[in-house]
Design a protein around this ligand. Structure first.
Ligand code: XMP
Ligand code: MG
Length: 192
């Protein structure tokens, strides 16, 4: 099978406009406070770095990161989450914002919210760029959401397929060819 970057689902312009709006809301909600953002590596890196630069300076933003891997293949979540890099900061008594690229089944985020909650932060909220709500297996309370998207595999703006295409400024769908693109027959953004 071969994977080819296909049509733009969300252009960089549309993404930036929305990221600015999210930052405005976050700025309002945390004005005069400290906010510890926890970016989930690696997918959320681009989103988080844009987001925090749009947050007003009277929010005292602290950045930290966590890396998780779910067992199983690279495109579907198995539900078993392994922390491969923990945050460095002690979040006890802090206002925490978990920043993730996409929520799909919800298993990753629900696990992280539970785990972070045990560390007794003052508050814990979730910010995701993309939401594939129709695929949800467990409920996740998303406080700040960029876009609802259909159940298609997407890449770009931090999101990858097998480590590739995170650098694309826009978010694209992926076409999957059973043989090669020349031989035709693609399954656009279908089940991988
Ligand atoms: P769950 O199912 O735990 O999954 O909510 C969230 C994680 O699944 C990955 N994911 C994607 N990654 N394009 C990607 O590059 C996608 O369309 C996609 N859908 C799910 C992603 O790693 C996310 O953190
Ligand atoms: Mg991810």
């Amino acid at each position: 099978m071969e994977y080819v970057v296909s049509d733009i689902l969300l252009s960089d312009e549309v993404i930036h406009r929305r990221v600015k709006e999210l930052a405005k809301q976050i700025s309002k909600d945390y004005a005069g406070k400290e906010l510890v953002t926890i970016g989930i590596l690696k997918g959320a890196v681009i989103f988080l770095s844009d987001l925090i630069r749009y947050i007003d300076q009277d929010v005292d933003v602290v950045m930290d990161f966590m890396a998780v891997s779910s067992y199983g293949d690279s495109t579907k979540t198995s539900g078993i989450v392994k922390i491969t890099k923990d945050i460095d900061i002690n979040i006890r008594g802090k206002n925490v914002l978990i920043v993730e690229d996409i929520v799909d089944s919800g298993l990753t985020l629900s696990y992280l919210i539970r785990m972070m909650g045990e560390r007794e932060p003052e508050s814990i909220r979730v910010c995701v760029l993309l939401d594939k709500e129709e695929r949800r297996k467990v409920p996740v309370n998303v406080d700040y959401k960029g876009f609802d998207i259909p159940d298609k595999f997407v890449v770009g703006y931090g999101l990858d397929y097998a480590g590739k295409w995170r650098n694309l400024p826009s978010i694209h769908m992926v076409d999957i060819y059973m043989n090669s693109p020349e031989e035709g027959k693609s399954m656009r953004g279908g089940d991988i």
